[in-house]
Design a protein around this ligand. Structure first.
Ligand code: RIB
Ligand code: CA
Length: 312
């Protein structure tokens, strides 16, 4: 079976880093490249973090392109040192960084790859949608050439940065609005399911049994991430939001989705950044997004473990 071509647009971030580990070196996927965006941390740090993860995992040929340092319209929300640390990826100890970004900027890389492989490149978006929204505005001709966007963001219930909004969407609601109105098939891994992918200590112990670079990276990342989540939110395990996108692409049965009509609230009120999802299609508008409503958590962790084993 032909490998699914992916571009991972991300803001590493601990959960982004696990998603990157899962997408790379994976017989299911042809990971064309990684593009970075400001979100969990500054663009400089999310880019350094993506490069460090690639270097650590031996992904020397994987292109990394740097993207947007600020959202399309609004000022960026504060970065998430609380849960990701000063570097945005505290925990692992990386060697001196020698891997460098490619010459292309993220938007140009995305446009070039989608045109090179029309109707074959799935965009996986695990940070604010700034790069994607900009790419669709900069080169609208690629809209019809993108078969699917699978993204971590939003929720059809409640948020995590405000009562209404999830961080990735809140960080650039105008960019998300462009994506939601684009007509490109969307699959939303929202907080409703990602909050159930909690990396408890027993999960860390399970993955520590795999004595390879991916197992060590996972353990070092999750030790910090889970400690920070416990300190900030009192949770016994950190929610691994972004890897749900990769798990879904490997085995869609891990996540149950429901077709909904979704739109982004870009008003200046308290609901700015909310993914308004019409669960019952009450307004009669055609569904434009498959929204995740249930996750098989055991199967999810089996998939994460399978990806770690790809580095044996
Ligand atoms: O709200 C969770 C999302 O925001 C995750 O993608 C996390 O990495 C941050 O980007
Ligand atoms: Ca992220």
């Amino acid at each position: 079976m032909e490998k699914k071509k992916l571009i991972l647009d991300c803001d590493p971030g601990h959960d982004d880093a696990v998603a990157l580990m899962m997408a790379a070196n994976n017989p299911h996927f042809d990971l064309l490249g990684v593009t970075t965006v400001r979100g969990n941390h500054t663009l400089e740090n999310t880019t350094i973090n993506a490069l460090n993860v690639c270097q650590y995992l031996g992904l020397d040929e994987l292109p990394v392109s740097s993207g947007c340092a600020i959202p399309l319209v609004r000022i960026p929300p504060k970065t998430e040192e609380r849960v990701h640390g000063e570097s945005g990826l505290d925990g692992p100890v990386f060697e001196k960084l020698t891997k460098r970004v490619t010459g292309a900027r993220a938007v140009d890389f995305i446009v070039d790859q989608v045109k090179k492989f029309p109707n074959r490149v799935t965009l996986v978006v695990t940070g604010p949608m700034t790069n994607i929204g900009l790419a669709l505005r900069y080169a609208p001709e690629i809209i019809s050439l993108i078969p699917e966007i699978v993204f971590m963001g939003g929720s059809w219930q409640y948020g995590n940065v405000t009562p209404a909004a999830e961080f990735n969407i809140f960080a650039d609601a105008e960019a998300a609005d462009i994506v939601f109105r684009s007509g490109i098939p969307l699959v939303m891994m929202g907080l409703d399911v990602t909050r159930q992918a909690l990396c408890y200590p027993e999960i860390i112990e399970r993955m520590a049994n795999h004595k390879n670079v991916a197992g060590k990276l996972f353990v070092d990342l999750m030790h910090f991430f889970s400690m920070a989540q416990k300190k900030v939110f009192g949770w016994a395990g950190g929610p691994l939001h972004d890897p749900t996108c990769i798990a879904y692409l490997m085995d869609p049965s891990v996540i149950e989705t429901k077709e909904m009509y979704g739109e982004i609230d870009t008003s200046s009120g308290p609901s700015y950044g909310r993914t308004n999802c019409d669960v019952f299609l009450l307004e009669g508008k055609p569904a434009n997004v498959k929204v995740s409503v249930k996750i098989d958590v055991d199967k999810f962790w089996d998939i994460v473990e399978e990806c770690i084993k790809h580095y044996n």
